[in-house]
Design a protein around this ligand. Structure first.
Ligand SMILES: NC(=O)c1ccc[n+]([C@@H]2O[C@H](COP(=O)([O-])OP(=O)(O)OC[C@H]3O[C@@H](n4cnc5c(N)ncnc54)[C@H](OP(=O)(O)O)[C@@H]3O)[C@@H](O)[C@H]2O)c1
Length: 328
């Protein structure tokens, strides 16, 4: 397993991380035995980062991950997230602290390596989106306080929302990490691909993150399953997935994903998930990409993909051609 610097945290993170979210669902819905098998195998493969959130399974993901790591006596890096409700916007600092303290109780840990803001960020507060001003003046100082209290080692955001607002937060240089939506369907965060692409134009957020030594965690590597080449959903998986950063619908993503099967036909990769994961780790500003597994096979396939390393130049050139087909 390759390890990469997680920004300026000093953590060398495995280039493949383990997502504990609802979409794959293995940690939320798996039995303790299934979870122990998956986490043991992940660590055997060299995975050292596990990504959860207070909202995953309405807290069950944190409970299950904490229980599984305790049962196995494993010491790995753990990140969780704070998602604020509109009714929390009147007391942002208090709500941030209360959220992480509740997460630590569910995880059964005194602290986490990473606490990440989970709400979309926009030019102004609206619905569940928080305004960039409040994020810079309220959320980040509250997250920083949590690191001073020893409840988290580092803090970060989820780069979802308005690109200008996201560039302001990453550009401010206070955060240590950012979850980034970057995949074959929407590569705009990479800053290399000529658009337009469906979804949000993240306008080269990754090179900015690199300049600011902000570690990046690639999420939705398979666009929620659309880039898996498999139409059926595992019982653990979310039956329906709303695109984030791509779309407009999951069906649109599945149709768009088909163009990349040519990479398999051309012999560059063995399957679509391999193309998806290797494309992401081909960007030097990516620290780790998360697998959202429903099964052990999903984990094995993701590991086999990153073990083959970044895509070679001729495969990346082919991807560029396929993007043109996609736009065509
Ligand atoms: N910060 C944020 O806002 C945010 C948002 C999204 C995700 N995340 C993090 O990123 C992690 C991964 O993202 P994600 O799970 O949402 O999306 P994803 O990785 O793009 O897709 C996961 C889906 O793909 C399918 N799949 C995975 N590997 C496969 C394989 N090898 N072959 C076939 N199908 C495969 C899974 O099972 P099925 O085929 O059974 O469906 C699952 O439903 C999450 O667990 C979470 O930790 C963070």
């Amino acid at each position: 397993m390759e390890y990469r610097a997680l920004g300026r945290t000093g953590i060398d993170v495995s280039v493949l991380g383990f997502g504990c979210g609802d979409v794959g669902g293995l940690i939320v819905k798996g039995t303790l035995a299934e979870r122990k098998r998956a986490v043991t195998r992940a660590v055997e493969l060299g995975v050292n980062y596990f990504d959860t959130a207070s909202s995953y399974g309405s807290g069950v993901s944190e409970e299950h991950l904490g229980e599984t790591l305790r049962e196995l006596g494993l010491d790995v890096h753990v990140g969780t997230k704070v998602r604020l409700r509109p009714e929390d916007f009147g007391d942002i600092r208090g709500a941030v602290v209360r959220s992480l303290e509740a997460s630590l109780r569910r995880l059964g840990r005194p602290s986490v390596d990473l606490v990440q803001f989970h709400n979309p960020i926009g030019p102004a507060t609206a619905g569940t989106t928080l305004g960039v001003g409040e994020v810079l003046e309220e959320v980040l100082p509250a997250l920083e306080d949590l690191t001073r209290q020893g409840k988290a080692r580092f803090f970060g955001i989820t780069a979802n929302g308005d690109p200008e607002a996201l560039h302001r937060v990453v550009g401010a240089g206070a955060i240590f990490t950012s979850q980034v939506f970057y995949n074959l369907l929407n590569p705009t965060a990479g800053g290399q691909a000529e658009g337009p692409f469906p979804g949000v134009d993240f306008k080269g957020l990754l090179p900015l993150a690199k300049r600011k030594r902000v570690g990046t965690i690639a999420v939705r590597a398979l666009a929620g399953g659309a880039l898996s080449g498999v139409r059926t959903k595992h019982p653990f998986a979310s039956p329906s997935v709303s695109p984030i950063g791509s779309g407009p619908t999951y069906e649109d993503d599945v149709r768009a994903a088909e163009v990349f099967t040519k990479l398999v036909k051309d012999g560059f990769v063995r399957n679509l998930p391999e193309a998806a994961y290797r494309f992401i780790i081909s960007h030097d500003a990516i620290s780790t990409v998360l697998v959202g597994a429903s099964t052990l096979e999903h984990l094995e396939q993701a590991a086999a993909a990153v073990f083959r390393g970044p895509l070679p130049a001729e495969a990346l050139a082919r991807v560029n051609e396929l993007w043109k087909d996609l736009r065509g």
